[in-house]
Design a protein around this ligand. Sequence first.
Ligand SMILES: C[S@@+](CC[C@H](N)C(=O)[O-])C[C@H]1O[C@@H](n2cnc3c(N)ncnc32)[C@H](O)[C@@H]1O
Length: 268
Amino acid sequence: MLVEAFRHLITPCPRHLRRMDYLKEAIGLKARYGRNRDAWAPHLGESRELIASAADMCAGGGRAVVIGSGLLLDIPLDVLCRRFADVVLVDILHMPEARKAAAKYPNVLFDQRDVTGIVEPLYRQVVDGVAADIPAVAYLPLQGADLVVSSNILSQLPIRPSLFAGRAKIHSAQAMDTLARRVIEKHLDALAAFPGAVCLITETQHQWSDGETVVETSDPLLGVDIPGGLRLNSRKWTWDFAPHPERDRRLDLRFTVEGFMRPGIAGT
Ligand SMILES: C[S@@+](CC[C@H](N)C(=O)[O-])C[C@H]1O[C@@H](n2cnc3c(N)ncnc32)[C@H](O)[C@@H]1O
């Protein structure tokens, strides 16, 4: 806890992302991974394997773009760097350890951006108190890319904005739900419209379980369907995300994860 608090103090981060807890989340991700390394290993292995297969399947070898690269836990960076002329890592916040891990690959580029378009406008709205219509867009830097990888980010996209707006009470819960769904839809629309190869990995169900008995389920995609055009070459597995007592004294939190690989639309 103390280490995490110290890291929070010393890690460089734009003010609005710090205030919206993106830095806290990134530091927390590393700590959770440290505590649950064995439980997460099968999920991370499945993700890396699927991304490597998508790279194999992709016809072009120019550029791969990884959306939500985070700490690179689920990304086979060496495979991508060997297979593509350049690899663009996209995240709202690139942590020093990700930059360090990628430093040995001369063909890695970092692109720090909000891929939803709503994060800073929402922050401004709260700070400046000016009501605005905030459209969800999808800022995916896919120009000239051969492969796009969206790995374990889709369900995360609306979480920090929803919590921040909820705390500030600037939108009704219903308006925020609508915006959250739009964020997920826009990300999927942008992937579906991309002509190159697409690898999408996302949680599709959350389950609280008491041993083998499921006691509660929820939909992390908020009822948004993954377009049929992306649902190709699918795989499904379980992510033992928070075995007890990580989140609850007795209950385990597991995620159903689905992965898809769609070849380029025009044979790319
Ligand atoms: C669960 S983590 C993904 C794990 C990551 N692939 C890894 O291997 O460490 C979700 C990632 O999405 C990023 N993210 C969340 N919202 C974002 C946004 N609006 N734009 C870009 N990245 C975002 C987070 O910073 C985080 O790194």
